[in-house]
Design a protein around this ligand. Sequence first.
Ligand code: MN
Length: 241
Amino acid sequence: MKPLIAIIANQYDFAEKVFHNHPATYVPQFYIDAVYAAGGTPVILPLVDREDASKYVEQFDGFLLTGGQGASPFLYGEEPQPLMGQTSLRRDEFELDIIQAVRATEKPILGVCRGMQMLNVGLGGTLWQDLAYRKEPVIKHMQVPTPDTQASHYVDLTEGTYLSAALGKTHLVNSLHTQALKDVADDFTVIARAHDDVVEAVQSNDARHRIFGVQWHPEMLYTEDQAQLAPFKHLVALAGE
Ligand SMILES: [Mn+2]
């Protein structure tokens, strides 16, 4: 049996082009393809009532939190600053419930981009609402208009991690984020940083490092750069144990 990997979906309140302005649930195809390519069976899970988050967690082997909106700043005790982008409280709260329910098990969870930021908030960390608020200069982390599927900045990786085993000491990644980790949760270790020190990957401190995230979008890169499938392979391997 291939491990069942639950991908928590995003929700459009108005999906103009798809469903004539009706709300719609979606997962970008890249994530589905990456989980499948890594040997998992992807399953899309819509946002439902919060009390059912723990039921989802009982029924699947591993979990994937995807990109999208910013995390609501009051989840870590701040009011929104002017550069803060779109948020979705419903999605935030449901994903936090998933994170807490996963923590109570031995199951793995991968967060990509916003997903990694939600993991950090869920474990007690904070975020830069926009990297422009950081005092130290930053490189370009929102690479638009460079195509999303093209790498645009380097990350340095910590030796001895699953990620450095695949990507080496330094690797090029894409970058589509305006927010980033500020205070890293106590349960996390940073395992990759950009050259301006922005956190680009984390893993939890338990023996299997089963809660982990990347700030970039490997699901958009692995077809050109096979090594980028590593986070998804790691998720599927842990889910299959
Ligand atoms: Mn970046």
